[in-house]
Design a protein around this ligand. Sequence first.
Ligand SMILES: N[C@@H](CCC[C@H](N)C(=O)O)C(=O)O
Length: 286
Amino acid sequence: MQNFFVKSHGLGNDYIVLNQNEIGFELNENAIQKICDVHFGIGSDGILLKVPSFNANFGLRILNPDGSEAEKSGNGLRIFAKYLFDYQFSKTRKFTIETLGGLVQAEIIEEKNGKATAVKVDMGKAIFSSPDIPVNCPKEECIDEILHLEYKDYPVNCVSVGNPHCVILTDNLDEKEVKTFGPQIETDPFFPNRINVQFAKVISPTEVAAMIWERGAGWTLASGSSACAVAAVTIKKGLVQRNLTIKMPGGDLKIEADENWNMRMTGKVSEIASGVLSRELVSELT
Ligand SMILES: N[C@@H](CCC[C@H](N)C(=O)O)C(=O)O
């Protein structure tokens, strides 16, 4: 169906799924910004575009609401896997998805009336090497390095799980602090491709609470790749076990990391709505 969309969320992190074969307009920066705008479009934390892949069962492009493109998204991958299963693009529960940030394996682990309700994703490896994240850090790994902002310094821990992340450990999670300093950290020249920012508080050896400022999206209720990043950093620092729960304002994600830093994420996913973009909206996009 022309211009068919599905809107879903993973723990309140919401995405609109579109199929490149079904859209009758160019999904450029202006179109992405408008569709993701809650007043002028549908409103979402980003767009997931189904594209062909030669290397995996399916291909996925992940577009942030500011029009930029992300390499990976954990909630986005679970939402996309649900879409592929629910709308019968995949007849099997296990399949591979190619993203800009690498190839992942997804598995539908719970379903109700033929609709996926929980998905497990093998997210790939956590990478700590500074040039690969990338971060302009003089050390090979950017762990406990001081980031100097205009009015504040933060010890930061950087990691890539396909997309770049900066984890700040704190004893006091404060939404106002995340919203004030998140945008400054995201765009600091220390991070050549900008960065996703997490403030994280270790609660116990199996639980970490986190608040997130996403690159290209801002404050979100949850983020799957951020949860993997928080897990990777807190495991590396010996603060938690390799199997843990990351608690975010929108809900919890289970994360596992093996000895080689392969990250696995498991969590819920729900559809909100489906429909067709109106002719009026599409005419404003082109
Ligand atoms: N919400 C996502 C992350 C989306 C991409 C991010 N904004 C970026 O630019 O890297 C998740 O669940 O991982």
